[in-house]
Design a protein around this ligand. Structure first.
Ligand code: 5GP
Ligand code: ZN
Length: 114
């Protein structure tokens, strides 16, 4: 755990959130500033500053993040579709430096993203 990391504090329970999904490796909770009717963040409990800070041996965890996001999307009844976003680094628009997957749904998404 990175002691000054917001999402590590959420993962540890130091900052309470509504836990929509959790297991030994992951936690999902609503985004505080939703950009769609459904906007959920899925994070690993382990601290990675971004996707760029993962290594090839983290592929299993990254796969589990995506599989969990798909399962949460089913739980949220997003049968019409949804979007997963992993903002990475400054150009990617990342603002919280702990790897997270955005699950966005409940409205049509435009392309290209801003
Ligand atoms: P990023 O811009 O890094 O891809 O996404 C960070 C996300 O974290 C943003 O969508 C922002 O609204 C969300 N966020 C920031 N602080 C908090 C918080 O304290 N609680 C929750 N639930 N979400 C947060
Ligand atoms: Zn962290």
């Amino acid at each position: 755990m990175a002691s000054d990391c917001l999402f590590c504090k959420i993962a540890s329970g130091a900052i309470p959130v509504t836990r929509l999904y959790e297991d030994e490796q992951l936690l999902a909770f609503p985004d505080i500033n939703p950009q769609a009717p459904v906007h959920i963040l899925v994070i690993p409990r382990q601290h990675f500053a971004s996707l760029a800070h993962t290594a090839p041996e983290d592929a299993g965890l990254i796969g589990h993040l995506l599989a969990a996001a798909a399962e949460i999307a089913r739980q949220q009844n997003l049968a019409k579709g949804y979007r997963l976003v992993i903002n990475t680094g400054n150009d990617g628009g990342q603002t919280v430096e702990h790897l997270h997957v955005h699950l966005l749904g409940g409205r049509h998404m435009g392309w290209p993203p801003g």
